[in-house]
Ligand binder design. Structure first.
Ligand SMILES: [Zn+2]
Ligand SMILES: [Zn+2]
Length: 243
């Protein structure tokens, strides 16, 4: 990360946090006044795309009610390396907007908002908490370009609220790859093969991988496989949104 990027990212973050403390905020989606203590205005809050019926293993949304309660076809055919994925929302407006602004327009404050929603979702799920949280790492070149890792920014408020240790350096991305979204589906699995390396002792630990969006799931699956190979007892995936 260049110093300039770093300073810019942290000053934006600081300014937004300060604004939030000093003034009742404006909704980051529509600029309407948000009620005191809330981040979003009531209209935007009502339009959040909560998931209802999902695959119990990978959290893929089921659009046909008869499929609900079970596992999707993909998980039945080839179970993923992670035990379970949790997603707070479907990847749809306005959550997709908050995520894109976080990722591409340096709206780091959105990480705090989305992290709180993910924490609230996890609290309703009542599963045993993991031992440690690991954000999906960016390749150093991408990190330099963007100035921050959105997965780490999301994981921070989550770690604070759930009181879990966060290990951003536990895994490294050792190969730069084109973004999964720019590739046709059939190439995505190959694209992330062998890109991660575990750099910390995770033996017998239960690990939660944190990311912003899960689409095909190949990235988190490759990371989960890598952690399992390094001895992790269980790997779960926590994402803000599931496509
Ligand atoms: Zn709004
Ligand atoms: Zn599934």
């Amino acid at each position: 990360m260049t110093l300039k990027n770093k300073l810019f990212a942290s000053s934006t973050h600081f300014r937004k946090n300060l604004q939030h403390w000093l003034l009742p905020g404006n909704c980051p989606l529509c600029a309407a006044r948000a009620p005191r203590g809330r981040d979003l205005c009531p209209d935007c809050e009502r339009s959040l795309p909560y998931l209802s019926a999902v695959c119990r293993r990978c959290a893929a949304p089921f659009h046909h009610p008869e499929a609900s309660g079970g596992h999707c076809g993909r998980c039945q055919k080839q179970p993923p390396a992670f035990a379970r994925a949790e997603a707070a929302f479907e990847y749809a407006p306005p959550v997709s907007q908050l995520i894109q602004d976080l990722k591409y327009h340096r709206q780091l404050y959105n990480a705090r908002i989305l992290g709180q929603y993910l924490a609230a979702h996890l609290e309703t799920r009542n599963h045993q908490l993991p031992d440690v949280m690991v954000p999906v790492p960016l390749h150093p070149a991408r990190l330099r370009e963007r100035g921050y890792n959105q997965a780490l920014e999301l994981a921070r408020p989550l770690a604070r609220r759930l009181q879990l240790p966060l290990k951003p350096g536990a895994v490294r991305r050792i190969r730069a790859t084109p973004p999964q979204t720019q590739l046709p589906r059939k190439l995505r699995e190959k694209n992330v093969r062998g890109v991660f390396r575990v750099d910390t002792d995770v033996e017998r630990l239960r690990v939660a991988i944190v990311d912003d969006v899960m689409t095909s799931g190949h990235t988190v699956n490759a990371l989960a496989a890598c952690l399992r190979k390094a001895g992790a007892a269980e790997v779960v995936v926590w994402v803000v949104a599931r496509a």
